[in-house]
Design a protein around this ligand. Structure first.
Ligand code: PLP
Length: 394
């Protein structure tokens, strides 16, 4: 199929990819089965002993899940991809597959909250030492690597919730350890970390890749040999992707390019509107000229993405009023779906931290994060303008 189109562009790859197992069906079939029948003993033995078989037993693989994996690999420019039951299933499996007692990991301090708990709470229990560094400071990331001991460098870019960036070229240039990038906040239409020389890219596909708030899924993409190693641990870990969710996500990937374009364009408008509003102290968006890493954004991101965060000058009460005043947007966690969502990090993802620790992370009481959806841009801006009027009627 893909052989008919010479070097398809990324948008076309989103349509062509993951069709190997379709057997004539244009839409991807849903293989809702946990087991496959072998016609001969030899065939059964082949399936049981091959790496990543898609037709043996559900925990080993599934043709629908494989279609999703192939599509992600095609978009990331990877040899292969491996799906998991969630983003955290992917992250915890790859960390525990690649790290052993006595190993050292360097990770950026600006991490998704559950990833931070994995590195700070779980890894030490298994004798894996983790050094956290400021991801914005490329020299600090490279400088924390201990030659011969550091096996993994784990970064996330753009970061949650402040949309800071980690320099992908600098991470790709680190020699020795495996370099892993959580690219959930941008996705392959915006940035492709493997092209910068890193080893693995990981996504919570629950977010923009599946893109409709109806599938919980994770995925890791990279070289086949590395993924075979992670897969063999994954069959023990057991965070297996559901074929139903993979089916939803593969359908989501078909429209990923147009969704990301629309969300980025609306987010750019929203960010520019917020910058001019008196109730807003600061706007964080990689597409703004005022973003402190705007040059880096231009180098490694094709678009600004669908997330915008901003600090309300009125603190916690202003955050509450804004979150409760929106009419179109929903007060809900997650991101990358068709609905515009509002989150207030200080009362949710950072709620268990002290105000001092939150402040050190840059999560102010008036910080609001928006995941821009697919509603008409005028309606999104009008909703935000209306909610800001409730915060500060100036
Ligand atoms: C949501 C998220 C995760 C975790 O993914 P789940 O699918 O919820 O397990 C990891 N990293 C980032 C950046 C995320 O946004």
């Amino acid at each position: 199929m893909s052989g008919e189109v010479p070097e398809p562009r990324l948008d076309t790859r989103a349509i062509l990819a993951g069709r190997q197992d379709n057997e004539g069906s244009l839409a991807h079939p849903l293989w809702a089965t946990t087991t496959f029948e072998s016609t001969t003993l030899d065939e059964g033995q082949r399936q049981a002993t091959s790496a990543r078989p898609s037709r043996f037993y559900g925990r080993y693989g599934n043709p629908t899940v494989r279609g999703f994996e192939d599509a992600v690999a095609a978009l990331e420019g990877a040899e292969a991809a491996q799906a998991f039951a969630s983003g955290m299933g992917a992250i915890s499996s790859l960390v525990l597959a690649l790290c052993s007692k006595g190993d050292h990991v360097v990770a950026t301090r600006q991490l998704y909250s559950s990833t931070a708990l994995l590195f700070q709470g779980v890894c030490p229990r298994f004798g894996i030492e983790v050094t956290l560094v400021d991801g914005v400071d490329s020299e600090a990331v490279a400088g924390a690597v201990v030659p011969g001991r550091t096996v993994l460098v784990f970064v996330e870019t753009p970061t949650n919730p402040l949309l800071q960036l980690v320099d992908l070229d600098a991470v790709g240039a680190i020699q020795g350890p495996l370099r892993v990038v959580d690219s959930t906040f941008a996705g392959p239409m915006i940035q492709r970390p493997l092209e910068h020389g890193v080893d693995l890219v990981v996504h919570s596909a629950t977010k923009g890749l599946a893109g409709h708030n109806d599938a919980t899924l994770g995925v890791v993409a990279g070289a086949e040999d590395l993924l075979q190693w992670i897969w063999s641990y994954h069959t023990i870990h057991g965070a297996v992707a559901s074929p139903h969710d993979a089916h939803s996500a593969l359908r989501g990937i078909r429209t990923l390019p147009v969704r990301v374009e629309r969300q980025s364009a609306t987010a750019q408008r929203v960010a520019e509107f917020l910058e001019d509003h008196p109730a807003v102290a600061q706007v964080h968006y990689p597409g703004l000229e005022s973003h402190p890493q705007r040059d880096l954004a231009k180098r490694q991101m094709a678009l600004g993405g669908g997330l915008v965060s901003f600090d309300l000058a009125g603190g916690w009460e202003a955050g509450r009023r804004f979150a409760e005043a929106v009419r179109l947007a929903h007060l809900a966690p997650s991101l990358g779906g068709p609905e515009t969502l509002v989150t207030h990090p200080a009362s949710t993802t950072a709620a268990n931290l002290t105000p001092e620790d939150r402040a050190a992370m840059g999560v102010g009481d008036g910080l609001v994060r928006l995941s821009i959806g697919l509603e008409h841009p005028d309606d999104v801006v009008a909703d935000i303008a209306g909610a800001l009027a409730a915060v500060d009627p100036r």
